[in-house]
Design a protein around this ligand. Structure first.
Ligand code: MLT
Ligand code: ZN
Length: 464
């Protein structure tokens, strides 16, 4: 068993916890290590921090009071939603107090005219989806962790997920935010005006800032028209290249295409071993594409026609009911949990130019083996976005040789070292692979303007 990346815990100034208890009420300041343990280890088990307390505010005013007390005492905060992040950004590795935002759980109502809703930072993604659905709308962001991932976390990381090819990432849904900045000021711009050219777009800046500039407490979200009729199909291919080409062709031909997810034979074997699922086809294929089309009326014929026009498809399975659709989705969505059964993985979530994706995926196992022959490499992702999740198991949590080599290869191809999970603590050493000195200096200037005392997520995103 390998040790996790662990954090330190400095002492706290006298009186701070008493002051925070006064703000939050005693039940919402947690100090029992058995209770706080689930807030100090990340979902993968790779990052283990330590904290003197978990703070659970229930309103923007309480967040502002906590922030102001922490600034006065010079104590840093680690901002946390559901703790489903994958790059260690929500774990108190420097002994920060954990600011858990799950109690900011106010949602709705949906504005039926504009198709918008305001959600508190702690609202789970699945609740936004269900509320939108009940009001005759839909929310464009979806991911496997939908039941737990929170609106605040998805905004802070600009989460992508399964439907980016049709609806864009979280930033594309964001019409406004309310936030308490590191300066202690509360900014609230939640009117949801679609046309609103009145200066700097703070929602865009805060979205993807990974909690380094302030605490997003609520978001005004754009909803999309519902597409209730769905069809799911799994396609087998002779390699990643033809699968990626097919995703592009389907996207061009099928306006209703909502997902085009990629996995390979090794990953499918692992998922089947862990879940006990049967094989999708009588024979094995090197690469698989899971596609979903969704529209107001049944898109099955359109999908069948589009698949019929593809070259190089080996096998096709079309789900005729929702049970089979869920089974097909499980082959893809169970990758994350299946990989975790092998030990804490290094999760390298990267984007490649689409034309280089297949070559990169071909080369990456060799690059990993060259520095860590004992490691195993697992590849899956979002084919239409050029986004592949390179998961590496069998290396120690703080052994960064594999990360170094894979991210350097990504940069060689002109890709991004973080597609959708963020930089967190896991990748900040390599931010310079994608961002110039001038860009990083600009990031630092923004950080010191909005969080001058470094109270918000000090160990995240920016290199030391
Ligand atoms: C996914 O696409 O399944 C998520 O990004 C989670 C992961 O990378 O494990
Ligand atoms: Zn993903």
């Amino acid at each position: 068993m390998t040790k996790a990346v662990t954090g330190t815990q400095p002492g706290l100034p006298a009186g701070l916890l008493a002051e925070l208890r006064e703000v939050l009420g005693a039940p919402h300041l947690l100090t029992d290590p058995e209770v706080t343990a689930s807030f100090t280890t990340d979902w993968t088990g790779r990052f283990v921090g330590a904290t003197a307390a978990v703070l659970r505010p229930s309103s923007t005013a309480e967040v502002a009071a906590v922030l102001s007390a922490c600034r006065r005492h010079g104590v840093a905060l680690c901002l946390q939603g559901a703790n489903t992040g994958l790059v260690g950004g929500g774990v108190p590795l420097q002994g920060e107090l954990v600011l858990s935002l799950r109690r900011l759980a106010t949602l709705g109502p949906v504005d039926p005219l504009s198709g918008q809703v305001t959600a508190g930072a702690g609202v789970p993604l699945a609740d936004v989806q269900a509320t939108a659905r009940a009001a005759g709308w839909a929310y464009g962001v979806d991911m496997a962790s939908r039941q737990s991932a929170t609106v605040g976390g998805t905004v802070a990381t600009n989460a992508g997920g399964l439907r980016v090819l049709r609806y864009g990432d979280t930033r594309a849904q964001l019409l406004g935010v309310e936030a308490v900045l590191g300066t202690g000021q509360t900014v609230s711009h939640l009117a949801g005006l679609v046309k609103d050219n009145t200066g700097y777009h703070l929602p865009s800046l805060l979205c993807g800032s990974e909690g380094t500039l302030g605490v997003v407490t609520a978001a005004r979200l754009r909803l999309v028209p519902p597409a209730p009729e769905r069809v799911v199909a799994l396609l087998g291919f002779g390699g990643v290249g033809p699968a990626v080409a097919a995703a592009g062709a389907l996207r061009r031909r099928l306006g209703s295409l909502e997902a085009a997810e990629l996995f390979v034979a090794d990953g499918l074997d692992l998922v089947r071993r862990v879940t006990g699922a049967g094989p999708p086809f009588a024979r094995t294929h090197p690469a698989y594409l899971l596609v979903e089309a969704a529209a107001a009326s049944d898109p099955t014929d359109d999908l069948a026609q589009a698949i019929g026009s593809l070259e190089a498809v080996g096998d096709v399975a079309v789900a005729v009911d929702s049970v089979r659709a869920a089974e097909l989705w499980r082959y893809r969505e169970a990758h994350t949990e299946a990989i975790n059964t092998l030990g804490a993985p290094h999760k390298l979530d990267v984007t490649l130019p689409l034309g280089s994706l297949a070559e990169f995926m071909d080369r990456v196992p060799g690059v990993v083996a060259a520095v860590a022959p004992e490691a195993r490499c697992w590849l899956f992702g979002h084919a239409a976005d050029g986004n592949v999740h390179v998961n590496v198991t069998g290396v120690g949590p703080d052994d960064e040789r594999v990360d170094e080599s894979v991210l350097a290869l990504v940069a060689d191809y002109g890709g991004s070292i973080s597609a959708e999970h963020g930089i967190g603590v896991a990748k900040r050493r390599w931010l310079g692979l994608n961002r110039s000195e001038a860009e990083i200096a600009t990031f630092r200037a923004i950080k010191s303007a909005l969080d001058p005392d470094g109270v918000c997520n000090p160990g995240v995103l920016l290199p030391n």
